[in-house]
Design a protein around this ligand. Structure first.
Ligand SMILES: CSCCC(=O)C(=O)COP(=O)(O)O
Ligand code: MG
Length: 784
């Protein structure tokens, strides 16, 4: 069997022309015997009666009469004569009908009989009473051979060319004439005569071995082989059994698919056209049956029709080779799909198959009909055109029982399903990942941080309290015996001055100088400033201040010494405070990663004690002005003390004389003090003027609001001075010198704090000194 198939394949491969028999090969024998022949017998008389005067009928009647005469001459058994032309029409028609029936009864293949049959069947086709039968494999084979393999297809049948064209032109598979290159009938000779095939070879214009003849009759096969043609016997269901000799001598097939499916090949350029286009009797018939078209027109019409009928997967013969390759590859894919589908034909298999494993199922909607069914259908449905299932219906792709687009369009759909499933799987994985992540993000870290912040705030608050207490000890005049000293001086002055207060005078002097210098904020050189200060000094001296009566004035130097000593103590305390502050800051920085501002804000908000903030700020300011502060405190303290002494020395001459006398007493008791007192007196005035000047300049420049605030309103001098000092403290909190100490949030609260004001008032000398510029002490020496 394998060798036979290989032999068939090799035969088909080398052949360029297919020569096809009809009855028993492309068409069932039953269709001919049970449909066509009976139709001819039943309609022959009616046809002759109606068409007696037609040329076709006249020619046929002449041919039949001639054949009958020959049969009589040959003494053929059972021969039926036909009356001559002199007989009546009815006599002649009766003779023709009886002769035809006699021939048909013996299944004669005589040409005149086949011509009349063809004329009669044409009526049946035209009326729709007949549909030509072809096996299902006919059209695909024709397509494959002709379009894919570039072969030519010819028909050689005992039936007339007209009958052939009727059958294929109006077949149950549609009009197949476009797939047929030509027709041969008994005009070229009897099918069982070798000469007939030689004629065909000549007519086709090719080599005999290039033709493959397919027939169901062994004698025809032998005749064709005799003429050198390749022959394959066709054994259809319903055919007469093949003789054993013939079956052994020739390859036998049961379907044309055996030739078409196993012999796909790329058309050879030499296959384009036969070397000679044969003009066959079929073409003559085509002219007759297609209303007189030239051979070229017929060929062109065939090509056009062929193009229209070509399935998409088929390539065109004239298509360039590269496109053919692509299409061929496409066809191979389709074949692969079909092959796969054939493996899954059981519905249960499909149902049991996972979705992702389901292959696209391609089925061809092929009608499965028996010859009897077809014959009956032709009888029952004579006029409805039958659409070829092979050409008009696309192969169906089925997924289970659902109709789907063709296989090539369905493949992506399957892939899409797989992708969707993959996406769902991905979502599941993502959900799992999320589940894994959620516990990680469930615990917000804010609570712990807030607790840490609170702890830090509490620690800072405690530390601030400690710093506060330390700073209070430092800045409190109760600890620095400056206030008692000043109070002592003031009280003693007030005791001696009934109409004037020494402190008020000092304030007046300071405010006066400040008012004056506030009008000129532009820094001046030292000489100019000194000149102006000297004028101020003169004005101060010109005032009628009765302080000389104060016996303590002459002892100002020892007092200053005492103040210096106490301030020195404060200096040490301040240094200690600075260290503490630095340590605190370090602790704060090390205990929390929160930014400094945030931390300080937390501390400030949690620490509602304004005093703490104020003192803290003051402490920071003290840190910034470390050396200058202490020095200036001493300087200004001395300054005020000495100014007091200076003012006191500028009393009435009478008092002055008394003072001089007292001075003498003092000199006698303590001569260096007198000398020192004189120097202090002069230097203190000078320094005081400078200090006040610089204070105003600095305050105006760095924080102009301070002076404006101080100079506005009707507050008493004491209040103004207190207010100024308080505001100066606040200014220090705000960073008078333009430096932020990080505690600005406590400024507003510090303004309204009486305790802070009282203390600021108490330390007014210190506060004033704090505002002293500390950038260049050389240019502004504080010699005191
Ligand atoms: C269309 S031809 C009808 C069948 C017919 O008349 C006939 O003789 C068939 O002979 P074949 O050579 O085709 O077997
Ligand atoms: Mg046959």
């Amino acid at each position: 069997m394998a060798n036979e198939n290989k032999e068939i394949g090799d035969i088909v491969k080398k052949c360029k022309i297919l020569l096809l028999d009809i009855e028993g090969t492309t068409t069932s024998i039953s269709f001919v015997k049970d449909k066509l022949f009976p139709y001819a017998k039943e309609n022959v008389k009616q046809f002759l009666d109606s068409q007696w005067d037609s040329d076709d009928v006249k020619k046929v009647v002449i041919a039949l009469r001639k054949l009958a005469i020959e049969d009589q001459e040959k003494s053929v058994d059972g021969v039926v004569s036909i009356p001559c032309e002199d007989a009546t029409k009815e006599e002649q028609i009766e003779g023709v009908v009886n002769n035809v029936k006699w021939q048909m009864a013996s299944d004669r293949k005589a040409g005149p009989l086949k011509l009349l049959q063809g004329l009669i069947w044409r009526q049946g086709y035209d009326k729709g009473d007949i549909k030509g039968h072809v096996y299902d494999d006919v059209l695909p084979a024709m397509q494959q051979w002709r379009s894919a393999e570039g072969k030519k297809i010819y028909i050689y049948s005992s039936g007339s060319v007209e009958a052939q064209k009727l059958l294929f032109g109006q077949s149950i598979a549609g009009d197949l004439l476009s797939h047929i290159d030509g027709h041969f009938d008994t005009e070229v000779g009897a099918k069982q005569e070798a000469a007939s095939y030689a004629n065909i070879v000549e007519k086709v214009g090719c080599q005999s071995e290039e033709i493959l003849f397919l027939t169901d009759i062994a004698k025809e096969a032998e005749a064709a082989r005799t003429s050198g043609l390749n022959v394959v016997l066709v054994s259809r269901e319903g055919n007469s059994p093949l003789p054993e000799e013939a079956a052994a001598a020739f390859p036998v097939i049961h379907s044309l698919e055996q030739l078409a499916a196993t012999n796909k090949r790329k058309p050879d350029p030499q296959d384009e056209q036969p070397t000679k286009v044969p003009k066959t009797d079929v073409e003559d018939d085509v002219k007759t049956n297609t209303e007189v078209k030239s051979t070229g027109e017929v060929q062109l019409a065939k090509e056009v029709q062929e193009e229209d009928d070509k399935p998409e997967q088929m390539e065109v013969e004239e298509t360039p080779t590269i496109n053919k390759e692509v299409k061929k590859e496409k066809d191979e894919k389709s074949s692969e799909v079909i092959t796969t589908v054939e493996e899954i034909t059981d519905v249960e298999d499909i149902c049991d198959t996972p979705v992702v494993d389901i292959e696209p199922v391609v089925t061809e909607d092929k009608p499965v009909k028996t010859d009897i069914d077809q014959t009956e259908k032709m009888d029952d449905e004579p006029s409805e055109p039958v659409v070829s299932s092979d050409t008009k219906e696309e192969p169906k792709v089925e997924n289970g029982n659902v109709d789907s687009p063709p296989a090539e369009e369905t493949l992506p759909s399957v892939i899409t399903e797989i992708e969707e499933i993959s996406e769902k799987q991905d979502l599941t994985d993502i959900g799992e990942v999320i589940d894994d992540i959620e516990p990680v993000i469930e615990e917000p870290p804010a609570t712990e941080d807030m607790e840490n912040l609170q702890n830090v705030g509490e620690v800072l608050e405690k530390e601030c309290d400690e710093i506060l207490s330390k700073v209070q000890n430092v800045t409190n005049l109760d600890n620095i015996p400056l206030k008692p000293l000043l109070n002592t001086i003031t009280e003693e002055s007030m005791d001696t001055e009934t109409d004037s207060n020494v402190v008020d005078k000092i304030m007046d002097t300071e405010l006066g100088l400040e008012n004056k210098h506030s009008e000129n904020v532009t820094p001046k050189n030292t000489k100019e400033a000194n000149d102006e200060e000297l004028e101020d000094k003169k004005e101060i001296e010109s005032k009628d201040v009765d302080v000389e009566s104060n016996p303590k004035v002459t002892n100002a130097a020892p007092v200053v010494k005492s103040v210096e000593s106490n301030i020195e103590t404060g200096k040490i305390a301040l240094s200690s405070t600075k260290e503490t502050e630095n340590e605190t800051a370090t602790d704060v920085a090390s205990n929390t990663e929160i930014t400094q501002n945030k931390t300080m804000t937390e501390v400030s908000s949690s620490t509602k004690d304004t005093q703490n903030e104020t003192v803290t700020d003051i402490t920071s300011s003290i840190m910034e002005t470390q050396n200058e502060t202490v020095t200036d405190v001493v300087s200004i303290t001395k300054e005020n003390q000495n100014e007091t002494a200076t003012v006191e020395s500028k009393t009435k001459e009478q008092e002055k004389s008394e003072v001089l006398e007292e001075d003498k007493d003092v000199e006698d008791k303590n001569p260096p003090a007198t000398e020192e007192n004189k120097e202090v007196k002069e230097e203190v005035i000078e320094v005081k003027v400078k200090a006040v000047h610089e204070t105003n300049v600095n305050g105006k420049t760095a924080n102009g609001d301070v002076e404006a605030t101080n100079l506005n309103g009707d507050a008493t001098k004491q209040d103004e001075l207190s207010s100024r000092l308080s505001l100066e403290d606040i200014a220090k909190v705000n960073g008078t010198n333009g430096e932020s100490n990080g505690t600005s949030n406590g400024t507003e609260e510090g303004k309204g704090d009486n305790k802070a004001e009282v203390e600021a008032t108490d330390i007014k000398v210190k506060s004033v000194a704090v505002e002293e510029p500390h950038t260049d002490t050389k240019e502004q020496p504080t010699e005191a």
